[in-house]
Design a protein around this ligand. Structure first.
Ligand code: GAF
Length: 386
């Protein structure tokens, strides 16, 4: 029997009506571009989170987790931002967002089970909101497509949890496919599957969880987002995506504030790096993507200022050990680094990072190689749950 279903039955005394699985993600390139209507190129991981669920007739939402203590219980008609805090805010917010978007959702029992490291910037929160939205809509026969699920999950995170995120993470969780990176135009939500099989090129995507504390609900993310929106207004464009790369020097001259200039330069050049990366992947030139990853990191470190010492140490050590390119992935201020590495140098690179951490007195990092995997789906139907 499925572990999550078994745990659901232990917790709630009946089998679930289904189990939904949603992956974590890393972003290959295109960071802090999504809330500027720009481009991103994430992949889904094989680390995933499962939600076992069944309807309740009394309008209560009860949530338990195999990894977190306690139970959250809240009535569907009492859901409002602030009503639930901590990790339970994500599934509660998912139900709230569906109600706000006009869906008729009733009570639910939910059991969450995850192999996605939390606080590592691998989008465990988007996986949780997306899996809950999928479970709730499928159980209550709400009519939704995968993009609407991603939008509802983003709505939950930004309005209920209070993290003003873009739609990168939810798009990756819902739309990624095995063996591909997902090109996302975050303005139109047009997506394209771009073939990506590092092993075919004798390469690997070494992922280093820096284990530096990473909290995005804090003010830094919102400050970056607000500054970009103010800059777009000042420049008379709908979003920074509309600044043409060839007009970047003039655009920067039109901005008085040196910090704003740097932020704008990051966003405009990062969009170009995404486009260039997609072209290289389409041409089968994965090795040539390395320098773009490193350029992205430099821009995030110096212009966007979202890096920290643990992250820079991992990037520098990986590059010194022969990585073709390396960068911070996700929102920043900790989280994970990805490095494009020859398959036969993965261990050397990981060891080099561990040694550098040891020398600097940092908490030892965790490492794994990322395999482009499938987006969220239902994995267990009612008949399978016994
Ligand atoms: C976080 C956010 F949730 C995303 O929307 C995105 O902005 C990312 O940081 C930075 O690219 O993961």
């Amino acid at each position: 029997m499925n572990h999550t279903a078994a745990e659901f039955e232990r917790a709630f005394g009946r089998p679930p009506e289904g189990v939904w699985r949603a992956p974590g993600r890393i972003n290959l390139i295109g960071e802090h571009t999504d809330y500027n209507d720009g481009f991103a190129l994430p992949i889904a991981l094989d680390h995933a989170l499962s939600v076992a669920a069944a309807r309740r007739g009394d309008g209560a939402v009860r949530v338990r987790s195999r990894q977190e203590p306690g139970e959250i219980e809240v009535a569907v008609d009492e859901l409002e931002p602030g009503a639930v805090s901590g990790w339970g805010a994500y599934p509660a917010g998912a139900v709230w967002a569906l109600l706000r978007r006009g869906h008729r959702i009733g009570g639910l029992d939910l059991l969450v089970d995850s192999t996605i490291p939390t606080g590592a910037g691998l989008s465990s929160s988007a996986a949780l909101t997306c899996a809950t939205v999928l479970a709730a809509t499928q159980l209550y026969d709400a009519d939704t497509d995968r993009i609407s699920v991603a939008r509802a999950a983003q709505h939950a995170e930004s309005e209920f949890v209070g993290m003003p995120c873009g739609i990168l993470d939810q798009s990756a969780v819902m739309l990624a496919e095995r063996g591909h990176a997902l090109f996302v135009d975050t303005r139109s939500l047009r997506t394209e599957q771009v073939p990506l099989d590092p092993a075919e090129h004798g390469l690997a995507l070494l992922t280093i969880d820096t284990r530096a504390p990473h909290t995005l609900v804090g003010g830094e993310y919102a400050e970056r987002r607000n500054r970009c929106e103010r800059a777009a207004r000042h420049l008379g464009v709908a979003a920074l995506r509309d600044v043409a790369p060839e007009r970047l020097p003039d655009t920067l001259d039109a901005l008085d504030d040196v910090t704003t200039r740097r932020r704008v330069r990051h966003v405009v050049t990062e969009n170009e790096r995404v486009t260039r990366t997609v072209e290289l992947l389409r041409a089968g030139k994965l090795r040539d993507v390395g320098p773009l990853l490193t350029a992205s990191h430099t821009s995030l470190r110096d212009d966007y200022e979202v890096s920290v010492a643990e992250v820079d140490t991992a990037v520098d050590a990986a590059l010194a050990a022969g990585a073709l390119g390396a960068r911070i992935t996700g929102g920043g201020f900790g989280g994970c680094v990805i490095a494009l590495v020859d398959e036969d140098r993965v261990d050397t690179c990981a060891d080099a990072v561990r040694e550098a951490y040891h020398r600097n007195g940092f908490t030892p990092p965790e490492t794994f190689t990322a395999t482009p995997s499938d987006g969220a789906r239902r994995v267990l139907l009612p008949a399978d749950s016994r």
